[in-house]
Design a protein around this ligand. Structure first.
Ligand code: NAD
Length: 256
């Protein structure tokens, strides 16, 4: 029997943490990535052990492409061949503000972590996957956590929006390349989710959601995005690839 093994980037907190737990609850062993091999990953690893699944902590910066293949090799050396990649790690802007004031370093950071990292990590994952025989009964997938901001502009965070739009197109490109190989690629677009990333703005997001910004009058939870990812990785949306899956309480439904 082929074991399902997933790498979740940015698993130390927020959506990544919840996703690692949801996948482990669905029977996946998990490579746990974040910037540092700190107590957050250790605690998460212990929780997943309690669920009866195996983990391996592999800290690296997803924006550093030299780390990609050695890290995948390390994880596979411990857990066995990866079946699933969740490109979740992401960062916001250095400071919110007028697009006319955006600094080059903030643009470059967003692009490196949110777009270039997932592109080359997917490339490294796919090269390894395609180099070996695969089990036709197993779902192999790449799940990119992009954002509603891949299509909806947030004026104070334009460089973030640009990087997520790039990540969304990267999902389509790899879905196209990997479709003939029966490898699914999904673009999961969370809306307003309560995580450490949004902690300073979550009250205003909640108020805006209640005020009609979202069809469901509340912000979302990391566990809700995680449940969608686990269902995709587990093959609950068969004959589906390359598409956007919005987890946004209906925020981007066009209305007038
Ligand atoms: P978060 O900031 O709470 O957690 C992100 C995790 O990624 C952190 O543990 C961080 O250390 C890690 N990380 C950051 N840069 C990294 C790097 N270079 N290499 C490895 N790990 C790195 O964020 P979150 O809200 O959980 O967001 C997760 C993903 O979902 C991000 O891609 C984010 O853009 C996206 N997203 C979030 C929301 C939201 O409302 N929270 C909405 C849309 C999209």
């Amino acid at each position: 029997m082929t074991r399902q093994v997933a790498l979740v980037t940015g698993a130390g907190r927020g959506i990544g943490r919840a996703t690692a737990l949801a996948l482990a609850s669905s029977g996946f062993d998990i490579g746990l990535n974040d910037l540092q091999p700190d107590e957050h990953l250790e605690t998460l690893s212990a929780e997943i052990d309690d669920l009866g699944q195996r983990t391996h902590i592999c800290a690296f910066d997803v924006g550093d492409t030299t780390q990609h293949d050695p890290s995948l090799a390390e994880i596979e050396g411990v857990l066995g061949p990866l079946t699933t990649l969740v490109n979740n790690a992401g960062i916001g802007v250095v400071s919110r503000g007028d697009p006319l004031d955006v600094q080059e370093n903030s643009f470059d950071r967003c692009m490196a972590v949110n777009a270039k990292g997932p592109f080359f990590l997917t490339q490294a994952f796919a090269r390894r996957l395609l180099s070996r025989s695969r089990n036709p009964n197993v779902v192999y997938s790449v799940i990119n956590i992009t954002s509603s901001n891949a299509s909806a502009v947030a004026v104070p965070r334009t460089e973030y929006c640009a990087s997520k739009a790039a990540a969304s197109m990267i999902s389509k490109c790899f879905a196209t390349r990997l479709g003939p190989e029966n490898v699914m690629v999904y673009d999961v677009q969370p809306g307003l989710i309560e995580t450490p990333m949004t902690e300073t703005v979550i009250d205003s997001y909640q108020a805006r959601a209640e005020d009609g910004l979202c069809l469901l009058p509340r912000v979302g939870q990391p566990s809700e995005v995680a449940a969608v990812v686990a269902n995709l990785a587990g093959g609950c949306l068969p004959y589906t690839t390359g598409h956007v899956i919005s987890v946004d309480g209906g925020m981007l439904v066009p209305r007038f």
